[in-house]
Design a protein around this ligand. Structure first.
Ligand code: SF4
Ligand code: SF4
Length: 142
């Protein structure tokens, strides 16, 4: 038994919780919501604080002060998990889905995840006032 199959998200230690993140960077992409349908669209434009090559936040401990719209997954209501990508471990476990076979906790490293193209590091661009987010909507293959 692994902690992610035996525990609920709310029962996990901070270390267990953090280890679920595969650092794909997808949650740090800007999103648009269709006001009429509620449909959420991801763009390839990343938050200004994201280090795109490593998919790490450059100011993680201050992120909520510096970027108020930053998603704090640990405190957000699970009804808001639709704002997370479908590959995100928190969304999957909350939906009683297994972790994907490429997940770093299963593989022991990030090679399979990167080979699958889950990380945004190969295509994301950093936010800029010149960019129109509607021109940057993307579809994921995974
Ligand atoms: S989408 Fe989920 S798994 Fe990917 S970086 Fe964000 S929190 Fe981590
Ligand atoms: S503040 Fe950091 S964690 Fe939040 S969206 Fe931006 S890069 Fe991601």
């Amino acid at each position: 038994m692994t902690f992610w199959t035996s525990k609920k998200l709310t029962e996990m230690t901070p270390e267990e919780w953090e280890s679920l993140c595969d650092h794909c960077g997808k949650c740090c992409l800007h999103k648009l919501e269709d006001e009429e349908t509620g449909e959420i669209f991801f763009t390839d434009v990343a938050c200004k604080l994201l280090k795109i090559n490593t998919c790490q936040c450059s100011h993680y401990s201050q992120r909520n002060e510096l970027v108020p719209e930053c998603l704090n997954i640990r405190t957000m209501d699970t009804s808001q998990y639709e704002w997370l990508p479908s590959t995100c471990a928190y969304r999957l476990l909350n939906d009683n889905q297994p972790l994907p076979t490429w997940h770093p906790l299963i593989k022991g490293n990030t090679k399979a995840m990167k080979k699958k193209g889950v990380s945004i590091s190969n295509y994301a661009i950093s936010e800029s006032p010149k960019l129109d987010l509607e021109d940057h909507i993307i579809d994921w293959i995974i």
